[in-house]
Design a protein around this ligand. Structure first.
Ligand code: HEM
Ligand code: HEM
Length: 290
């Protein structure tokens, strides 16, 4: 059993890594070649008065950079048109990652290392933000699937939720015959517990105000002042609530990792739109002031 889990885990993480290794690192090689060619051209040019966006090489690198950015942004459209033909999505993502990284060299050489507080440098900064968030995305795709299966073990998502539901039923049964005030505390756990919650809650895994935990604390407090018979009944409910807490912890961890898998896209995609806008202003303005 343990062996088959390891094999399936390895298979799963290799699928996620495969876009990096696609066709023997073909796009990494293409990107390195493009960068070396750009650096060589930069140092062999005779730019007067100094290298920058306005020189022939500057215009060339700027045009290649802008073309790449538009193409990289089209991945959003490509992702939604599923096909497994020659230009598979895996190839697109592989090229996206490596050619996207090569932009650091292409765009920096285009600027001739001239930066200032202007829209040109804003476009450059946004590009770096998109690239950095993309790198975090790659880390997430490579590292998190293994964490998801580690946390889940042999349990499926459906089983996790079913376990919480059956613990709720046991708590409900165990609390039959409780006086009105303690029954009200039990209802806090049964009716107000939020398994996942909103995106930010899942992302930061912040469940300090968990209703089940609050109810458990109050049941424990009531147990300390109750008589022997009542304390025993309260103790049974407390045990079930602790088990529910453990099951909730597992499900929430799973949702936290899934949220991490999406979080970087909340930077990557809006920053792409901002970059396209700033780049348009940059290009229009350099031609307007020409
Ligand atoms: C069709 C594409 C592009 C064209 C025609 C273009 C054109 C130019 C020109 C003419 C300059 C020199 C401006 C001057 O000397 O005052 C320049 C500078 C610059 N470009 Fe571009 N560019 C393009 C793409 C890009 C891209 C993709 C980026 C980065 C995201 C970028 C960032 C910059 C920066 C930061 C500067 C330096 C601004 C400064 O001197 O303060 N450009 N560009
Ligand atoms: C300026 C450069 C870049 C632009 C404009 C850009 C833009 C985009 C866009 C629009 C998407 C589609 C998002 C969606 O619709 O869900 C995307 C996905 C992605 N990007 Fe980028 N990106 C850039 C650079 C990078 C870099 C350098 C990396 C990695 C180091 C990267 C990694 C990714 C990954 C892993 C995806 C998700 C692919 C998938 O879901 O299969 N990006 N990017």
């Amino acid at each position: 059993m343990a062996r088959s889990a390891t094999v399936s885990q390895r298979r799963r993480s290799s699928t996620h890594e495969s876009f990096l290794r696609h066709k023997g690192f073909l796009f990494l090689k293409v990107a390195v070649f493009v960068c070396v060619a750009a650096v060589a051209a930069y140092f062999f040019q005779h730019a007067r008065p100094r290298p920058g966006g306005g020189t022939p090489l500057g215009y060339f690198l700027g045009t290649v950079g802008a073309g790449l950015i538009v193409w990289l942004a089209l991945l959003g459209v490509r992702k939604r048109a599923v096909s497994s033909g020659h230009y598979s999505l895996k190839a697109w993502v592989s090229a996206h990652v490596y050619l996207g990284l090569s932009l650091i060299v292409i765009a920096t050489l285009h600027t001739g290392f001239q930066f200032g507080w202007n829209v040109h440098t804003l476009a450059y900064g946004l590009m770096l933000l998109v690239i950095a968030s993309g790198a975090i995305g790659v880390w997430a795709y490579v590292a998190l699937p293994a964490r998801l299966s580690e946390n889940r073990g042999e349990t499926t998502r459906k089983q996790m939720l079913a376990q919480i539901q059956s613990l709720d039923e046991l708590i409900h049964e165990a609390a039959q015959g409780f006086p009105r005030d303690t029954a009200a505390i039990v209802r806090i756990s049964l009716e107000q517990t939020d398994i996942g919650g909103g995106f930010w809650r899942r992302l930061f895994e912040d469940y300090r105000d968990c209703a089940n935990l609050r109810a458990l604390r109050e049941i424990e407090a009531a147990q300390r002042t109750a008589g022997a018979h009542e304390a025993k009944a309260l103790g049974e409910v407390a045990v079930l609530m602790r088990r529910k807490g453990d099951a909730l912890g597992l499900a929430r961890r799973q949702m936290h990792i899934t949220a991490l898998l999406e979080a970087w896209l909340f930077v990557h995609v809006p920053a792409t739109f901002a970059l396209l806008a700033a780049l348009t202003v940059h290009i229009v303005s350099v031609f307007a002031y020409w």
